[in-house]
Design a protein around this ligand. Structure first.
Ligand code: CIR
Length: 266
């Protein structure tokens, strides 16, 4: 029998779509019927795209009692050193946390944001040792202060950023390449990111700033062709997926996974 080997790879933790996704939290999006079967199929295609981009997908079973469980990003902030379980800003989502913590404890020491702090992973944009955190309806000052206390021993600088008219910081800005961000300037002050090349989303595509960078490629929704062209114009390759049903739940592409380097056996 061949010996088992271990290698470090990029792991993407995902979670199955809950049948109850139609009862999801909504803040800036009008409720409209979600086709659950289509949402499940789109999520499967998203996972397949992650695999094709080089990730090892670790899919957690669904959490039927939690409509938003597919949006796993909000449950944790993971660095090379630790996993920090957030305390979700929406009380209805806090029960999603144990299943995600269980998966992460195999890869990192697990720390926690405690009450009265709240923080959603969607509000955290980490670029090297800078950790930008959105002050949002989901993330409060106490949550930001706790995150700073947990990460500063590892040399991270936590920088609070005001956002407006959107759910999370990463609704407004994400990283597309080492020194390149994609930004919706109506929702976040671009001045906070002055040292990066900032590509503004195309005018008719207000929700296009959320992309998931994996190596030299970004994954993004396929409904933003003008923004896609702007990204490709600076030499970044793009993989596009249809996530229409997840967008109806106010989700996008970063929120459906937690990425981390980890050792896997094969
Ligand atoms: C919520 O409101 O919590 C979910 N319906 C959507 C969460 C999306 N999360 C994210 O973009 N990080």
């Amino acid at each position: 029998m061949a010996a088992r080997k271990e290698e470090t790879t990029l792991i993407a933790i995902t979670r199955e779509v809950s049948a109850s996704i139609g009862q999801c939290e909504l803040t800036h999006v009008e409720r409209s019927p979600i086709d659950v079967a289509l949402a499940i199929a789109q999520h499967g295609a998203y996972e397949a795209a992650l695999t094709a981009m080089g990730c090892r997908v670790v899919a957690l079973p669904s959490a039927p009692a939690f409509a938003d469980a597919v949006f796993v990003e909000d449950m944790a902030v993971v660095t090379d050193e630790v996993a920090i379980m957030t305390r979700a800003g929406a009380a209805s989502r806090r029960g999603e946390s144990p299943g995600v913590a269980h998966a992460l404890c195999g890869f990192r020491p697990v720390l926690r944001i405690e009450a009265p702090g709240t923080l959603d992973g969607g509000d955290v944009l980490r670029i090297d040792r800078d950790v930008f955190v959105g002050r949002s309806q989901r993330t409060n000052e106490d949550g930001i202060t706790q995150l700073r206390g947990l990460l500063s021993p590892f040399g991270y600088r936590v920088i609070a950023v005001a956002i407006r008219d959107c759910l999370h910081l990463k609704s407004a800005v994400t990283q597309a390449a080492d020194a390149t961000l994609l930004i919706q300037p109506a929702w976040v002050d671009a001045g906070a990111f002055a040292r990066y090349q900032c590509i503004e989303v195309a005018a008719p595509e207000s929700h296009a700033a959320n992309v998931l960078r994996i190596g030299s490629t970004v994954l993004m929704p396929d409904c933003f062709p003008h923004t896609r062209a702007l990204i490709e114009a600076v030499g970044i390759s793009v993989v596009a997926v249809d996530v229409s049903e997840l967008q109806k739940a106010e989700g996008a592409v970063t929120c459906c996974s937690i990425l981390l380097e980890g050792d896997v056996q094969y």
